[in-house]
Design a protein. Sequence first.
Length: 259
Amino acid sequence: MAKNSLSSTLITSDLRTRFVGQRVIYYPTLTSTMEVAKREAQQGAAEGTVVVAGEQTAGKGRKNRTWLSPRGSIALSVILHPSVAYLPYLIMLASLAVTHSIVAVTGLQPQLKWPNDVLVNGKKVSGILIESSLRGNIVDYAIIGIGVNVNLRLSDFPEIRLTATSLSDELGREVSQLEMIRQLLIEIERRYLALPAGEPIYQEWRDNMVTLGKKVRVKSGKTTYQGIAESVDRDGSLLLRHRDGSLTKVVAGDVTLRD
Ligand code: BTN
């Protein structure tokens, strides 16, 4: 069997979870796992159903950006049915699941960049996208989409080479995608089940946020803010302290570090 071959059976086999990843739908090639997961969720898929793609041809990033997702990367979406109060925590639990999986499988030491990037040595190795559908105060479904650059040579991707990295480029050797996926599913479920004790997840997310304490520029919609990234809130937003002492709460945006 090829070192990095994937299948639903390989992913689910003896997986130590109660429900996350107990049903996996695997496609060698797919437009976007988010699209299929959404369709599955609308048709009543069981909680924990996971859609995995060997490669995506129309991977979705935040803010309608494209997400490069060639063979060698991980692209997966997990369907969940959380209560509405837990929605802000999904980005936190997903980021932490990614960092813990990277540590467990590779020994690399990732860091978090607000709001949803996972970095290794200052470059992006993983992105997370959360989509949800609500009816009033009831969550129909929420989908956690995770992309990880596992075995990519970034020199093959000039468009992202300066800002992105991969686990294999950092380690100088290939990494098992199967092991990474299985670990991710275990880490996601562990934290999802721990949500009723919400505070530790928020605290760990905040404490691993490399952005905090730094001078930053934050682009949010048409507005650009500058200040010191003071903290992150329990609802996931960034608290930015300005020179005049005032504080802005930024709900969504892109951060660049200023020197
Ligand atoms: C970002 O950083 O902009 C978020 C990227 C999220 C990419 C993942 S890959 C799996 C899932 N399917 C997609 O089309 N997007 C998410």
